[in-house]
Design a protein around this ligand. Structure first.
Ligand SMILES: Cc1cc2nc3c(=O)[nH]c(=O)nc-3n(C[C@H](O)[C@H](O)[C@H](O)COP(=O)(O)OP(=O)(O)OC[C@H]3O[C@@H](n4cnc5c(N)ncnc54)[C@H](O)[C@@H]3O)c2cc1C
Ligand SMILES: NC(=O)c1ccc[n+]([C@@H]2O[C@H](COP(=O)([O-])OP(=O)(O)OC[C@H]3O[C@@H](n4cnc5c(N)ncnc54)[C@H](O)[C@@H]3O)[C@@H](O)[C@H]2O)c1
Length: 458
């Protein structure tokens, strides 16, 4: 077996790991990056996650008049694959062009707490390292429904976006991030979409009025929602999947060409042999880390989805800042520093959120004022009419005593950009009144803040 030594060994080409590898490589450290697949250089986000899904969502609304939906879908899948190939190449070169960094393609597993074995076909390589970073991401959970795993029609998002064939009928299990984004996107291409959600309503963590506004928009686009759905079994029949479910005790079925499992993503630790390194996992299967992202073996870090934190690319990126500060800096940065981390669900229009919901703020005993307005009623936001989408609402949750912004839900065109301004305001202690009375460009979406924040509705 060949052997190598590194100052830093990174397992998994994810956002946090690759950024840390580049930072450490530029600082002159000997770095080895191990990635199991050449198709995954750059990780989930650019290859199978954020980038391809958002590219497909964007193109769904761009279909030229009269174009055949299935043909447009196949073209969109092909152009998205071309885009991810370019990004994959750039990601590979970002590391490969650094003299002190080596990219190894193969699957890594621990031999002990300083030694890792990498297997690629018949080839085996042993790497010893002073510091090791686990950045192996997460995998889609397939719910334990009889017949589902054996169905020829079961797909994950990764498989769905790789196939040029647009499903005529799609059943989505789960109305979370993946479920709603894929449902909204495929409906726009022309697919008949049914979403089965096990809880009582979609977006169970959001306020009722926000979840209802989202459901109304997606239902108007033609998506069927079944909430409180208990999926009991799946059977393949006549070239399709028949999904059996119960709602309020009544049995029903929906027939689909594809059944998408969008019921969560679990940290990927299988095959890593963490026990050989003495690295502990949590009850939920994540690699256990402290606030500096060190595992139970302090020279081994875990970054990104695998450590059980919020599953977003920018959180993995921030994980890299914490690890870099431990390895090269003053060691002060920690996960406790994170305030007002925003997130966006990329439906059309998108729903962006930051901070507390109204329900959470009231449950926490805060004295709350709410400012909210439907986009169609906001006079000071002509941008929505200019781009032709006046659906949705903006809602701010404000501390009645201090005027601090506690949270916001922005279901609106440009929400994925707007939310970053609100998050910055929250982090810097900028009050709701300051945001209300600020000068914003025109015609923009941000100027809606002038009007929405002037309206304390209850
Ligand atoms: C469909 C979809 C859409 C998403 N959209 C968004 C979005 O819009 N915005 C957002 O912020 N987040 C989004 N996410 C979440 C985001 O993609 C993840 O949070 C992020 O990519 C996690 O990055 P990571 O650093 O944890 O590792 P990953 O990017 O997941 O990388 C892990 C890498 O490790 C490799 N690996 C695994 N095991 C081994 C091993 N034993 N040996 C060697 N290599 C191994 C894998 O092949 C993979 O390349 C989306 C996710 C999905 C699935
Ligand atoms: N735009 C983004 O930032 C983006 C996009 C996609 C994914 N992601 C990340 O990936 C993570 C995983 O996404 P996800 O949508 O798979 O998970 P999720 O946790 O967001 O949603 C899963 C949904 O499935 C439901 N569910 C669970 N079991 C079910 C069953 N048997 N039948 C029906 N419904 C069931 C849950 O109640 C929940 O509503 C997200 O939490 C997010 O962090 C982010």
């Amino acid at each position: 077996m060949d052997t190598m030594h590194a100052d830093l060994l990174v397992i998994g080409f994810g956002k946090g790991g690759k950024t840390l590898a580049a930072t450490m490589g530029r600082a002159g450290k000997r770095v080895v990056m191990v990635e199991r697949s050449a198709q995954m250089y750059g990780g989930t986000c650019i290859n199978t996650g954020c980038v391809p899904t958002k590219a497909l969502i964007h193109r769904a609304s761009e279909r030229p008049d009269g174009a055949d939906p299935a043909k447009w879908y196949a073209e969109s899948v092909a152009s998205t694959a071309a885009l991810t190939a370019v990004m994959r190449g750039k990601n590979f070169r970002m590391l490969d062009t650094l003299d002190s960094v080596t990219v190894v393609t193969g699957t890594a597993a621990f031999l002990d707490d300083h030694r890792v074995e990498v297997v690629a076909g018949d080839d085996r390589l042993e790497i010893t390292a002073d510091t090791i970073v686990i950045n192996t991401g997460a995998t889609n959970v397939i719910p334990d429904v009889p017949g589902l795993r054996d169905s020829a029609h079961l797909v994950t998002g990764t498989e769905l976006i790789a196939s040029p064939e647009m499903p005529g009928r799609l059943t989505v299990l789960g109305a979370g991030y993946q479920g709603l984004e894929f449902a909204a996107m495929l409906r726009r291409y022309g697919t008949e979409v049914t979403v089965l959600e096990s809880t009582a309503r979609i977006l169970p963590r959001e306020d009722d009025d926000v979840a209802r506004a989202m459901r109304d928009i997606l239902q108007d686009e033609g998506i069927t929602f079944v909430t409180s759905a208990h999926v009991t079994r799946v059977e393949d029949r006549d070239g399709a999947a028949v999904v059996h479910y119960e709602q309020d005790g009544a049995a029903a079925t929906v027939t689909a060409d594809a059944v998408l499992a969008a019921t969560g993503r679990a940290p990927r630790t299988d095959g890593l042999r963490l026990e050989a390194a003495g690295v502990r996992t949590t009850a939920r299967g994540a690699v256990e880390v402290d606030e500096h992202l060190r595992t139970s073996r302090p020279h081994i870090f875990a970054l990104g989805d695998v450590n059980g934190g919020p599953q977003f690319t920018y959180v993995s990126l921030d994980d890299h800042r914490i690890a870099a500060d431990q390895l090269l800096g003053e060691g002060r940065r920690s996960t406790a520093d994170r305030v007002a981390v925003p997130y966006t669900l990329f439906t059309t229009p998108p729903l962006a959120r930051v901070g507390l919901t109204e329900t959470e703020a009231r449950a926490a005993g805060r004295s709350v004022r709410v400012a909210a307005k439907a986009i169609a009623d906001i006079m000071a936001m002509p941008r929505a009419s200019i781009v032709g989408d006046t659906r949705g609402l903006m809602k701010f949750v404000i501390d009645a005593e201090t005027d601090a912004i506690l949270g916001a839900a922005l279901l609106s065109v440009d929400a994925q950009e707007l939310v970053n301004t609100v998050a910055l305001a929250m982090r810097s202690g900028t009050t709701a009144s300051t945001l209300r009375d600020s000068i914003w460009t025109h015609p923009s979406s941000t100027e809606a803040f002038n009007e929405v924040l002037a309206t304390v509705v209850r």
